[in-house]
Design a protein around this ligand. Structure first.
Ligand code: GLA
Length: 362
């Protein structure tokens, strides 16, 4: 049954492990956060999107909407309407008022949350009957084509498909996913927003993607997911940069599998070592980390954390730290002190819990 108006919510995400694997047909293991974007929405029949966020208003006529025709944050929203139309589900107008408790640029997927909250609201208001899984490519198309950011499918999958108290194991190649219970016991996952800001659109993300595609081409495989023997693949690549990129992607997929094995075995503490390995791989082989992230992970581990790593695309944003609940105060203090020493702004801290994916609130 279609609804005239309502309130919808879509979460941000933390990727526990499996970074820069999604566009290589690999494995990811995100969970959704309680924080996200809420939209108070109403249908309207004049073919216009009226968008409000943070004191700004954007009016977007749906007629003539095409990739590139809308600029700025409104492109993420209008892109969803555009992508629905392209997929054979045209929608009329809507008024959408967005509020967010997810800091933009923190690497916790505020843009995917914006797309996904729009997708679930339009899906319900226009009675499109699309499943959360069917909305994933719609939201991704909004980001890739309409906002012009060449991301993979990790963030939109997390925002739409995650469930409370679980991490989502997604195999991007097959599209199959399963819910893995995230039982932390006496441990916590601390998010450290390093307050160093990133822009995925600045080219470095696209450059990494292109390097992976070039390595796959040289190796004669469809994607780096098909590399079966790392040693053999590395010996065939002449360019040391491509060798490092391949090493990260192949080993990161194995770290996702190992993490799932440990979670199923109730061995959360041991996941820390895999987070550390992932961070070093992203820092040294994939070269997407940033000084504040390296310092935060290092300070946390020295202060007793089991492990930690940067999350998201890199070049700014957040870090996650796995630590015993009773060590968190010491760890936060150690990180803040480390930041003060370098005259960096104090980071922001958040304890991550696994929340449900996008849904209607009322
Ligand atoms: C960003 C992108 C995702 C993914 C990550 C890296 O968050 O939006 O698709 O590629 O970077 O894992």
């Amino acid at each position: 049954m279609s609804v005239e108006h309502g309130v919808w919510h879509a979460p941000g995400r933390v990727n526990l492990i499996g970074e820069h694997t999604d566009y290589n047909d690999g494995l990811v293991l995100p969970f959704a956060l309680p924080q996200g974007i809420t939209a108070e929405a109403a249908r309207r029949d004049d073919g216009v999107l009226e968008l409000h966020s943070g004191g700004q208003t954007e009016i977007v006529p749906l007629e003539g909407l095409r990739p590139g025709s809308v600029k700025g944050w409104a492109a993420y929203v209008a892109g969803v309407a555009g992508a629905l139309g392209e997929a054979g589900h045209p929608v009329g107008g809507a008024t959408l008022r967005f509020t967010s408790d997810l800091p933009a640029g923190s690497g916790l997927s505020s843009s995917a949350a914006l797309e996904c909250v729009t997708a679930v609201a339009l899906n319900d208001m226009y009675d499109l009957g699309l499943s959360a899984k069917e909305l994933v490519p719609v939201a991704q198309r909004a980001e890739n084509a309409y906002a012009g950011v060449p991301t993979g499918v990790l963030d939109q999958s997390a925002s739409l498909l995650c469930t409370a108290e679980h991490a989502l194991l997604l195999d991007v190649r097959s599209g199959l996913s399963s819910q893995i219970p995230l039982e932390l016991g006496g441990f916590r996952i601390l998010i450290v927003d390093t307050n160093a800001r990133h822009a995925l659109g600045d080219g470095k993300y696209g450059e990494r993607r292109a390097q992976c595609e070039e390595a796959a081409r040289q190796l004669g495989v469809a994607s780096l997911r098909d590399v079966k023997n790392l040693g053999e693949a590395l010996s065939r690549l002449k360019d040391p940069v491509l060798r490092r990129r391949v090493k990260h992607v192949v080993t990161e997929n194995h770290r996702v599998e190992a993490t799932v094995g440990l979670l199923k075995a109730g061995a959360i503490a041991e996941v820390g070592a895999l987070l550390n390995a992932s961070h070093l791989s992203l820092r040294d082989d994939y070269e997407v980390s940033w000084p504040e992230a390296d310092a935060a992970v290092e300070a946390a581990v020295r202060a007793g954390a089991r492990g930690g790593r940067m999350v998201g695309g890199g070049f700014g944003g957040s870090v996650i730290i796995l630590a015993r609940a009773d060590t968190l105060d010491t760890i936060r203090e150690a990180i803040t002190t480390r930041f003060t020493t370098s005259s960096w702004p104090t980071p922001d801290y958040l304890i991550a819990t696994a929340a449900p994916g996008a849904h209607r609130l009322s």
